[in-house]
Design a protein around this ligand. Structure first.
Ligand SMILES: CC(C)(COP(=O)(O)OP(=O)(O)OC[C@H]1O[C@@H](n2cnc3c(N)ncnc32)[C@H](O)[C@@H]1OP(=O)(O)O)[C@@H](O)C(=O)NCCC(=O)NCCS
Length: 131
């Protein structure tokens, strides 16, 4: 994962897994730096069952315990479902980093030009929540 130009090796980050019938159905990873906690990845394999919301709560708790004041994340401009998901769960849009994904493509050329719903994949959108 690359966010704000930083390369994250998601398999090296701390995170939470949701398990259902002994199978993993959700995963989130996070990165705590300088009193702020970034949610680096969030994936649910069984959508609409509260898994994503539970994973947010788990990261919120750990971030608070670590003394973080801010929880933040990056999503891409095409991920309208995620924008809805995060905003309905208390996150605010704080910045649009225009054309940031064009820069990221120089490091990770496999990022497609077109994203969800045929939307050109171009900008990083930053969302935050104060804890
Ligand atoms: C975004 C994502 C993580 C959401 O995960 P999820 O497990 O579906 O999240 P939740 O179930 O907590 O919430 C989703 C919806 O289900 C509803 N919901 C929550 N609990 C529920 C329950 N027990 N039963 C039915 N519906 C429920 C919520 O109301 C929500 O709907 P809303 O958006 O209209 O409010 C998931 O869609 C996903 O993995 N997307 C692909 C990867 C991605 O884009 N990740 C984010 C990157 S920034």
């Amino acid at each position: 994962m690359i966010t704000r130009g930083k390369i994250h090796h998601a398999d090296k980050l701390p995170g939470f897994i949701t398990v259902q019938d002994e199978k993993p159905v959700g995963l989130t990873t996070y990165d705590i730096v300088g009193g702020q906690c970034e949610i680096v990845s969030m994936n649910s394999l069984v959508e609409g069952a509260g898994i994503g919301s539970a994973l947010i709560d788990a990261v919120k708790n750990i971030a608070r315990e670590a003394g973080c004041k801010r929880l933040w994340l990056i999503t891409s401009n095409d991920n309208t479902a995620a924008l809805r998901f995060w905003q309905k769960r208390g996150f605010s849009l704080v910045a649009v980093h225009c054309n940031a994904i064009e820069q990221t493509r120089k490091i990770k050329p496999e990022i497609p030009l077109i994203g969800n719903d045929g939307i050109p994949l171009r900008d990083e959108i930053e969302l935050e929540m104060f804890l």
